[in-house]
Design a protein around this ligand. Structure first.
Ligand code: GDP
Ligand code: MG
Length: 291
């Protein structure tokens, strides 16, 4: 068997989490068109007859926002990079800029890096791909370049085949049927945060966190009490929405995702609380699971 860790890194929004979900065949990493959707390092496991890949999804490396939360996320990206056998550097087809270069500068020198060009479905002209590959290949000593569409599942077999050759020979680290090392409690908070990111306007999600206050299993039923933590009182009204409609829709979509992953019914109760300055308060961050 070949078994090893593969870090998935890149600037925000290139599709790292979408790729992880496709590779492991289940939605475990939350995605949205907004930067900072992924705040935690998350492992997803794919086991086939010859390999076990432990993919490590990371927050997009932040260079624009500062503050304690972003410092924590960047530190976690660097730690993830230090521990892996192989790196997928993800970029978007047809787009390559300074933000991508800043991520390249973080790449460890003694690890193979595969350049994954995602979102090839978005290319208007297919013949633009080869010149693009030629241009970006010179940016680093990549061992391979693989174009994919994570959203459509194109190129992923090729990616896995190619990556497999770079894993060391080693026994399995996870049971064959395990997809992740995170708890249901973790995913409950994450799925709720995804819906907040998707349903709220552009600025609000960055001031929001989710705390699971109770998680109880009652036979096949899970009873979950969650708090949405906002930074300012005015944000509370926005999250709740007129007549509670916004929060109702957010909670109901999050519940559906939880039921799919957990394979059972979920009773979900959500309330909103204000905790000013949580994103810059190291203690608040720890209690919200950002370590
Ligand atoms: P991350 O920040 O790098 O983890 O990016 P996400 O996985 O959250 O994806 C960011 C956005 O890009 C989401 O809206 C995804 O639906 C979208 N996306 C991801 N992969 C693809 C792809 O292959 N094609 C297209 N068209 N969109 C994609
Ligand atoms: Mg992500």
């Amino acid at each position: 068997m070949r078994t090893g860790f593969v870090a998935i890194i890149g600037r925000p929004n290139v599709g790292k989490s979408t790729l992880l979900n496709r590779l492991v065949g289940q939605k475990i990493s939350i995605t949205s068109p907004k930067a900072q959707t992924t705040r935690h390092v998350l492992r997803g496991v794919l086991t086939d007859v010859e390999h076990q890949f432990i993919f490590v999804d990371t927050p997009g490396y932040q260079t624009e926002h500062t503050g304690a939360l972003n410092r924590t996320m960047n530190r976690n990206v660097m730690q993830a990079l230090a521990e892996v056998d192989l790196v997928f550097l993800v970029i978007e087809a047809g787009r390559f800029g300074e933000a991508d270069r800043r991520v390249i500068r973080l790449l460890p020198e003694n690890r193979p890096v595969i350049l994954v060009i995602n979102k090839i479905d978005r290319l208007e002209r297919k013949d633009a791909l080869l010149p693009f590959i030629a241009r970006v290949s010179g940016e680093h000593a990549f061992v391979e370049v693989v174009p994919v569409s994570a959203a459509r599942g194109q190129g992923l077999d090729e990616l896995i085949r190619t990556a497999g050759g770079y894993l060391p020979e080693a026994p399995l680290l996870f049971p064959e049927d395990e997809v992740t090392d995170r708890s249901e409690r973790f995913f409950a908070a994450e799925f709720l945060r995804e819906k907040l990111f998707r349903h709220l306007g552009d600025e609000l999600p960055y001031g929001i966190a989710v705390e699971i206050e109770r998680f109880e299993e009652d036979g096949a039923l899970r009873r979950i009490h969650a708090a949405v933590v906002v930074d300012r009182p005015g944000q509370k009204a926005i999250v709740i929405g007129r007549g509670g409609e916004t929060l109702k829709r957010i909670a109901s979509e999050a519940r559906e995702d939880m039921e799919r992953l957990f394979g059972g019914k979920v009773f979900l109760e959500v309330w909103v609380k204000v905790r000013s300055g949580w994103a810059d308060d190291e203690r608040a961050l720890r209690s919200l699971g950002y370590e």
